[in-house]
Design a protein around this ligand. Structure first.
Ligand SMILES: [Zn+2]
Length: 301
């Protein structure tokens, strides 16, 4: 009975979260994933309807299954069913790109199925301190610099980026297939979120994106944490935008302007098309202002 109620509530939650209001008509959509095979046995999954979470990566083959990130907790049953269908069997390893809940929300459900969860040392610490997170889903293998999986004829290297989007970002590189899962080190054609409350760092973010660019070539397929499948050129465009956006805000900070004065000038107006529901132009400006003024204080001390 209890299970039935939970299931019922879950269905309500899934449907109500994806109700689109359109000219007075209410269109009901069920939250789901769209899967694209990028190379033999390597898939990108992105939200098809509603918001099931950040983009996932999946490696499938006879040696085992690696799932990169696992979406939001509220739709985990649907996510597990989708992954199970594509994989044709159980997941062997989950890799978390970092601790945000739209990437790690499925950890507890996978942990209950005895799936090994791999993440950076700081991701475990981050999730340990998150009261919303069911602690059963903590990563049970952690690493500091990098870890490599040899599965299904693929070399899969997960490596740590310095403090950037958070203080615990890792990027996963399928070397043989020339595919990268960038986690939230890349928001394709969207303003990036730099989580200053969780150790994020604007210069680290720029340096981290440059590091990925150095590693790849024009044929590399990049799965961004958010946004459509991308390539090196898209990532270069994103880092160029961020460098320029930072400069635009910094010029005003250097003139001694307050946050309100900077927001009134709206120095990122030229990048309005990068605005999205999580990071508006105003929010991006606020993040940059805070990052730049916090640094100033640190330098003074
Ligand atoms: Zn994130």
């Amino acid at each position: 009975m209890h299970k039935m109620i939970v299931y019922f509530l879950l269905v309500i939650a899934c449907v109500s979260n994806s109700i689109a209001h359109n000219g007075g008509n209410i269109e009901k959509r069920v939250v789901s994933w769209k899967s694209t095979e990028l190379a033999k046995g390597i898939y990108m999954l992105e939200g098809k309807a509603g918001n099931p979470g950040a983009n996932l990566g999946l490696l499938v083959g006879k040696d085992g299954v690696i799932l990169i990130d696992n979406g939001l907790p509220k739709v985990i049953e649907m996510t597990m069913k989708t992954i199970g269908k594509i994989a044709g069997g159980d997941v062997s390893f989950v890799i978390n790109t970092h601790g945000h809940l739209d990437h790690t929300g499925g950890n507890p459900a996978y942990a209950k199925k005895n799936v090994t969860i791999v993440a950076h040392d700081n991701t475990r610490k981050e999730l340990q301190s998150n009261k919303e997170f069911n602690q059963i889903g903590l990563p049970n293998i952690t690493f500091n610099d990098e870890i490599t999986f040899y599965l299904n004829g693929q070399t899969v290297n997960a490596f740590y980026i310095q403090p950037a989007h958070t203080n615990n970002d890792v990027v996963i590189y399928f070397k043989d297939a020339n595919i990268i899962h960038a986690g939230d080190m890349f928001f394709n054609k969207k303003f990036p979120f730099i989580d200053l409350d969780r150790g994020g760092d604007i210069d680290g973010f720029i340096a981290g994106q440059k590091k990925i660019i150095e590693l790849i070539n024009k044929d590399t397929k990049i799965i961004p944490g958010h946004g459509l499948l991308a390539n090196k050129k898209d990532l270069q465009t994103a880092v160029n935008m961020l460098i320029d956006a930072k400069k635009r805000v910094k010029d005003l900070v250097d003139k001694g302007m307050s946050k309100e004065e900077v927001l009134t000038i709206n120095p990122l107006a030229t990048y309005e098309k990068w605005s999205w529901n999580h990071i508006s132009t105003k929010k991006m400006t606020e993040i940059l202002y805070r990052a730049l003024t916090t640094k100033k204080e640190q330098t003074k001390n």
